[in-house]
Write a new protein. Structure first.
Length: 134
């Protein structure tokens, strides 16, 4: 199985998020979370940006800050989404959607995960992540 096969099907998430952006209703949100849960159960993966820790010995997940000062992990459904807004080439790896969600819940320094922060964006705070995990 190639790496890209682990991303196949993430376009369904992009479509659901796009529909949610056009019509932000509870029903659309519930549908979007269901689509994300389905991809998670299919062992789908997201692309995660990483950066070196100051001593250079390890990598950590990159964070981005929102205007309110909160930190989030940016993750991407596809390499195309990753490339849309980044002004520098990022180091990335592919990670299990389920593992990323579980790590996010255990990481106090972040509010959650921003999926596709440059375009078809959804901010999954820890409450929404718990809903997806079930």
């Amino acid at each position: 199985m190639t790496q890209d096969e682990k991303l196949r099907g993430n376009d369904k998430i992009e479509e659901a998020v796009e529909a949610l952006q056009k019509e932000p209703t509870q029903e659309r949100l519930a549908h979007t979370l269901t689509v994300i849960r389905r991809r998670m159960r299919e062992e789908g993966e997201f692309i995660v940006a990483v950066e070196p820790i100051s001593d250079g010995s390890q990598l950590k997940l990159q964070t981005i800050s929102t205007e309110d000062g909160c930190s989030w992990w940016p993750v991407f459904t596809s390499f195309e989404e990753e490339m849309k807004g980044s002004n520098q080439v990022m180091s990335t790896f592919m990670g299990s959607i389920r593992q990323l969600f579980e790590m996010a819940l255990q990481t106090e320094e972040i509010e959650g995960i921003i999926l596709n922060p440059w375009n078809r964006t959804i901010m999954l705070d820890k409450t929404l992540i718990r809903i997806v995990l079930g």
